[in-house]
Design a protein around this ligand. Structure first.
Ligand SMILES: Nc1ncnc2c1ncn2[C@@H]1O[C@H](COP(=O)(O)OP(=O)(O)OP(=O)(O)O)[C@@H](O)[C@H]1O
Length: 233
């Protein structure tokens, strides 16, 4: 029995386009275990987001099986998939997508509020995470009053607020300068190790990829594991 939080088996993704079927993933297999940081690299258009969307239950693969904590989610209806997404999966995107009228605290607390957690408890959890991310003195700042790196750290706190089992990040530092990318990634990495969430992170940043536990390149729709020395810087 696998201990993987995310298990991907034989996943193929074909898009219908005006010029016919476009297959971007071809029989992909991947496991991500608790506390593991797994990187996805590959040129633009290679299928990184497609794999994250399938893993995040945002789209259904054309073929293959996705399991979350051992449960095959393919046969579930959209309501059940949404519950898994809200309860067990956290997302970080390239752009923070914070609500401009909410401060950092209430942005990070949002998933808990949606899940029905009382305001005080949600804010307490959000404050703990934001403080761990070095934003303890920015709780009352709105996104416009935060730097780009601070906004992304709020987005990381929001993604981890409901204690997800799986964290999916699509170029979480893609919009930041190299030094700020490093700071945000280090904070994210530390929290993954502390919380034991399983993390799958798509990135173009090879320096960050060098700090991940395992890295896979998507090539012609297939995953190729990169040995540590070839992705370290
Ligand atoms: N809904 C869709 N319909 C048709 N084609 C799509 C759709 N979504 C993605 N594609 C195509 O699939 C390919 C893979 O896209 P995807 O976004 O997964 O790549 P990516 O590796 O994440 O790229 P980037 O690094 O630029 O974000 C691209 O050629 C894209 O144009």
């Amino acid at each position: 029995m696998s201990d993987a939080v995310l298990s991907v088996r034989g996943v193929t993704r074909t898009y219908d386009t005006a010029s016919g079927g476009l297959t971007v993933l071809r029989g992909v297999d991947l496991d991500v275990r608790p506390g593991e940081v797994v990187g996805l690299i590959g040129p633009s258009g290679s299928g990184k987001s497609s794999l994250l969307h399938a893993a995040g239950l945002l789209e259904r693969p054309t073929e293959g099986v996705i399991r979350i904590d051992g449960e095959d989610v393919g046969g579930l209806d959209e309501g059940a998939r949404t519950r898994i997404r809200l309860g067990r999966i956290g997302f970080v995107y390239q752009f923070h997508h914070l609500l401009p009228e909410f401060d950092a605290l209430d942005n990070a607390a949002l998933p808990l509020r949606i899940a029905g957690v009382k305001l005080d408890a949600a804010r307490a959890r959000a404050a703990t995470l934001l403080t761990e991310l070095g934003l303890g003195d920015r709780l009352k700042h709105q996104p416009a009053q935060l730097s780009g790196g601070e906004r992304q750290r709020v987005a990381v706190a929001r993604a981890l607020a409901n204690r997800p089992r799986l964290l999916l990040a699509d170029e979480p530092t893609g919009n930041l300068d190299p030094a700020t990318s490093q700071t945000v990634f280090e904070a994210l990495h530390r929290l993954v190790k502390e919380t034991g969430v399983a993390a799958l992170i798509a990135t173009h940043n090879m320096e960050l990829a060098g700090h991940m536990d395992r890295v896979f390149a998507i090539k012609d729709g297939h995953l190729e594991e990169r040995p540590a020395e070839s992705h370290a810087y």
